[in-house]
Design a protein around this ligand. Structure first.
Ligand code: HEM
Length: 515
């Protein structure tokens, strides 16, 4: 009897195999057009974020779907859909916590789901939010002022009375980094060493973060994919620096905000390596976006002479301004130029997970299903003509002045709704403060594009001139001008999770102290 059934199955095996193969072929053929379309969109995106984002901003594409990911990952392109997903009204439809927990675990090995540490990590998260609340910022901003102004004095001495060409984008990056690193972590964490490591991390991070979506284990991708390997290497180096700093008692000279976060881990009796992983994640949040934004702001401001004149008059009028001053009112053109820079150079994609079948405004009839992961493609939302009008593709520093001020409510730079950036008030105040001081202190002339400084190069060197790219901007007189541009370093490859765009070359100019 047994022999008969075995023979029967053996006789049927070729038919079963044939059926299986045919089903696979039919399945694959049925999906081929949509797969082909996804790859085409993806290829287009990867060849240039800017070009793709412009098309998407004009409404051609509703989303970018990742053809390789294990769950359905959508990068939403329309402003109205992104705003909805992150707003409080979508609370029944999308969940943010899952994405954050996964992101923190996969990116920094923070044990977000391990019951032994879960509560401590949550308390540390809310401590960061509490410590960075607007009402508590004055001591942190005082350190920013002290460190920032002494850095600017150092630049003044270095360029001398006659002035000197400097790699301005890099110098502004370093200014922003030093201010935050020394201001938040205190003087005992090596700000040059950590900056070099963090720049190596951010340079490659988009590849590691993208691997999170692949149907492959992280231990494999982080060893095999070159960008992911480099990011992990930098993460380990930064972790070692932080642990060394902690063990040497560096926290004693850190800001009270940082001490409060460390105390959460100490009070819970957690081993220092868990706290260091958390601080490692915070290094990116605290230190990566602000400096790059400052670099891009000056690249454009220096080349908008009429706007710069206006900004200079505003900055001179405020004189020795308090760090907690209302910059929107006191220096409206500078404030606007800063947000215009963020609009075009900061792209964010912290994911939300769909928990209930839902349709999204601006996304037609598509029904998003539980488990779908939604990212905001901030860059194409920034080019959305429905929001910003036909001139959305230009950097227009005075966009948010006067009547334009109402457009600030569409800003997505710092996230919105349920999980905005807890450091946003601090970031805006410090950026306005430092930029004001720079404009009060220096004249800027003779812009040029040069090879980018290496991360470990000294501050005041300029590398060899590079072929110039150009970009059209709108100056205060409303006219379009063609100006030079260093190119976008992060304008290719898959989308990052959260970062400011990096330049491909350096923007250099002559910096001369004003009389
Ligand atoms: C121009 C500068 C900055 C930009 C554009 C920026 C933007 C963002 C965005 C978009 C998020 C994610 C929000 C979400 O989708 O849930 C975020 C998270 C965060 N930001 Fe900022 N931020 C900046 C500066 C800062 C600064 C200066 C600090 C602290 C001093 C800070 C602290 C944080 C923290 C702690 C988080 C949560 C990070 C996490 O849990 O993964 N940010 N930021």
């Amino acid at each position: 009897m047994e022999i008969t059934s075995t023979r029967y199955v053996a006789a049927l095996a070729p038919q079963l195999l044939g059926l299986l193969v045919t089903s696979i072929i039919i399945y694959a053929l049925a999906r081929l057009p949509s797969y082909y379309q996804k790859i085409q969109l993806w290829r287009k995106y990867c060849s240039s974020h800017i070009k793709f984002s412009r098309e998407a901003g004009q409404g051609k594409y509703l989303w970018l779907e990742d053809p390789w990911s294990k769950s359905r990952n959508y990068w939403l392109c329309k402003h109205v859909a992104i705003k909805h997903v992150f707003s409080r009204s979508a609370i029944q439809e999308t969940d943010h916590r899952a994405g954050f927990d996964w992101f923190h675990f996969a990116g920094w090995e923070i044990p977000t789901t391990d019951n032994r540490y879960k509560k401590t990590v949550r308390t540390a998260d809310s401590t960061v939010h509490r410590e960075l609340a607007k009402s508590k910022l004055s001591s942190l901003l005082d350190s920013v002022r002290r460190v920032g102004f002494s850095e600017i004095d150092r630049y003044k001495t270095a360029v001398g009375k006659e002035g000197k060409h400097v790699s301005l984008h890099t110098l502004m990056y370093r200014l922003g980094y030093n201010v935050n690193c020394i201001g938040i972590f205190g003087p005992d964490l090596d700000h040059v060493k950590t900056r070099v490591i963090l720049q190596n991390f951010t340079e490659h991070q988009h590849m590691m973060f993208h691997c999170f979506n692949w149907p492959l284990p992280l231990w494999l991708t982080s060893r095999v994919v070159p960008g992911a390997r480099k990011t992990v290497k930098a993460r380990v180096e930064l972790f070692n620096q932080l642990l060394e700093w902690y063990n040497a008692g560096g926290v004693a000279t850190a800001s009270s905000e940082m001490q409060a976060v460390v105390k959460v881990f100490e009070d819970a009796g957690t081993s220092p390596d868990i706290g260091s992983k958390f601080m490692n994640m915070m290094m990116i949040a605290f230190l990566a976006n602000t400096p790059e934004t400052l670099g891009w702001l000056f690249t454009h401001l220096v080349q908008s002479p009429k706007l710069l004149e206006k900004v200079r008059a505003e900055c001179d009028a405020v004189g020795d301004v308090e760090p907690t001053a209302p910059f929107l009112k006191l220096t409206p053109h500078l404030y606007s130029a800063l947000f215009e820079t963020c609009r075009l150079y900061v792209f964010t994609g912290t994911p939300a997970t769909v928990v209930k079948p839902t349709r999204l405004p601006g996304m037609g009839d598509h029904l998003f299903l539980p488990g779908d992961i939604l990212h905001s493609m901030g860059q194409s939302a920034a080019f959305d003509v429905d929001v910003y009008g036909e001139d959305a593709k230009f950097w227009k520093g005075h966009r948010f002045v006067g009547e334009g001020e109402s457009l600030l409510k569409y800003d997505l730079t710092f996230g919105i709704g349920r999980s905005p950036c807890p450091g946003r008030n601090f970031a805006i105040a410090e950026l306005c403060l430092i930029a004001t001081r720079m404009v009060q202190t220096f004249d800027f002339a003779d812009p040029m594009i040069t090879e980018r400084l290496r991360f470990d190069d000294p501050d005041f060197i300029v590398r060899k001139p590079m072929p110039e790219k150009t970009v059209d901007i709108i100056d205060l007189d409303g006219k379009v001008y063609r100006v030079i541009h260093p190119g976008n370093g992060s304008d290719q490859g898959p989308p990052g999770m959260t970062a400011a765009n990096t330049p491909a070359c350096d923007f250099a100019c002559k910096l001369t102290p004003r009389e």
